[in-house]
Design a protein around this ligand. Structure first.
Ligand code: RNT
Ligand code: ZN
Length: 412
């Protein structure tokens, strides 16, 4: 009997159908963030990263052109099983006819190569306006700025991005998730907390006033508790973003690096599912702060996956990765993190969820704990390996990446 057949039997005894789990997993789409490939650099200007987010490290071989980033994405995609989507940021716009890219004027033309790239790989595209690392970010403010020229610039950027998102959705035939996150905030205690939030609200109202097809473009709004240099106040706080999403009927996005250290996104998912048709996630790994470390197969990632799976919400949650580590091979970082999201989903799919819920409802909490612990050491690795084999990707991806590093990355 193969290892898979044996593991399948063990799971059967636990009340889990491994075939069903594998079938479900292969249809889950994970939106892969392009910005792991170049430390959130982008191509539209030479400004260094800002907005309270930071990459650290200087590993060799960073992609510096669209061609290099596409090649690296291809390498990563070839080693990641399952369905994928490409998650782009506006700063990855490609200049046309030698013209400089102006974020308030970008359009589909600046993303034609990306569209072709995604289409050739049968992928949809998700999109993000880039409200950071740009000369028009003044005093750490964009959509909440008291300077009307600054605010208008970024409102225009938001509008252009909705148009680009709709173009992606139309051309790929797959809805586009467009996520708005602004870094705006203050390092020290502000004199006015209301004014910036009122302006942010008005800016969002203006951006969302342009007509777009809500079944093609899902606008999401991402909150944050603090950023580096913006410790005392962020305009787009949790309360602001949840309230705004509800008021406008857009989709809330939770990034699990964006909360106080003892808060967990896994505990928030059920509440949001009760009040929203769709929700969106940025899956990351915060170490002591919103450090955006590579996602591991750790407890909170598993708990997030369990909340999606056992609440039958796989088709209601937009799952995206969001991390950036410049201290290790960037392709290895991509593959490891995305695979871990998928592994966590498999772990969740291999739980006898109905039985566990019944144990809770019958107050059989000792048995629930024992079963939960038993599942942690059940032979999931054999099911995962079976999944990789069926998807035609190698289990040991590191040799492959090392070869690419030697042949391609060192020459950059
Ligand atoms: C920043 C947010 C945001 C960014 C990306 C690059 O804290 O998490 O989602 O990481 O847009
Ligand atoms: Zn994020």
């Amino acid at each position: 009997m193969s290892r898979y057949e044996e593991a399948k039997k063990i799971y059967e005894k636990l009340g889990v159908d491994t075939e069903k789990a594998l079938e479900t997993l292969k249809n889950v789409t994970v939106s892969v963030h392009c910005w792991q490939g170049d430390d959130v650099g982008g191509f539209d200007n030479k400004e260094s990263l800002s907005g309270g987010i930071q990459t650290t490290g200087n590993y060799l071989g960073k992609a510096t052109t669209p061609e290099e980033l596409m090649a690296d994405l291809d390498k990563a995609f070839s080693l990641i099983p399952g369905k994928k989507k490409l998650n782009l940021h506006a700063c990855y716009a490609i200049a046309k006819d030698g013209e400089k890219v102006d974020r308030s004027k970008i359009g589909p033309d600046n993303f034609k190569e990306w569209l072709d790239f995604a289409k050739d790989r049968n992928m949809g595209i998700d999109f993000n306006p880039t409200f950071f690392a740009h000369p028009m970010v003044k005093d750490n403010l964009t959509l909440s700025s008291p300077d009307e020229e600054v605010r208008k610039y970024w409102i225009e950027h938001g509008k252009r991005c909705i148009e680009i998102s709709e173009y992606f959705a139309n051309e790929t035939g797959i809805p586009c998730v467009m996520n708005i996150w602004i870094p705006d905030g203050y390092k020290d205690i502000p004199a006015d907390r209301l004014g910036p939030r009122a302006r942010f609200k008005d800016s969002l109202d203006q951006i969302l006033s342009i007509p777009y097809d809500k079944k093609k473009v899902y606008v999401t709004l991402e909150s944050k508790v603090f950023g580096i240099g913006l410790e005392s106040y962020t305009v787009g706080s949790g309360e602001f973003c949840l309230s705004y999403s509800d008021y406008k009927g857009i989709t809330p996005l939770m990034d699990n690096g964006h909360y106080h250290p003892t808060e967990v996104v896994s505990d928030k998912i059920s509440s949001l599912l009760l009040f929203n048709e769709k929700i969106a996630l940025h899956i990351t790994r915060p170490v002591r702060w919103d450090s955006d470390h590579v996602v591991l197969f750790d407890d909170e990632t598993k708990e997030i996956a369990k909340e999606i799976v056992r609440n039958d919400a796989l088709d209601r949650v937009f799952i995206a990765t969001d991390y950036f580590d410049a201290s290790i091979n960037r392709i290895s970082a991509w593959v490891t993190g995305v695979r871990n999201v998928q592994k966590a989903l498999l772990f969740a799919l291999l739980q006898p969820n109905a039985k566990m819920k019944a144990l809770q409802d019958n107050n059989e909490l000792s048995e629930l704990m024992v079963l939960g612990e038993e599942l942690k050491t059940a032979p999931m690795g054999d099911i995962w390996n079976e999944y990789l084999a069926r998807e035609g990707v190698e289990n040991n991806y590191f040799e492959n990446i090392k070869k690419y590093e030697k042949e391609v990355l060192v020459n950059r």
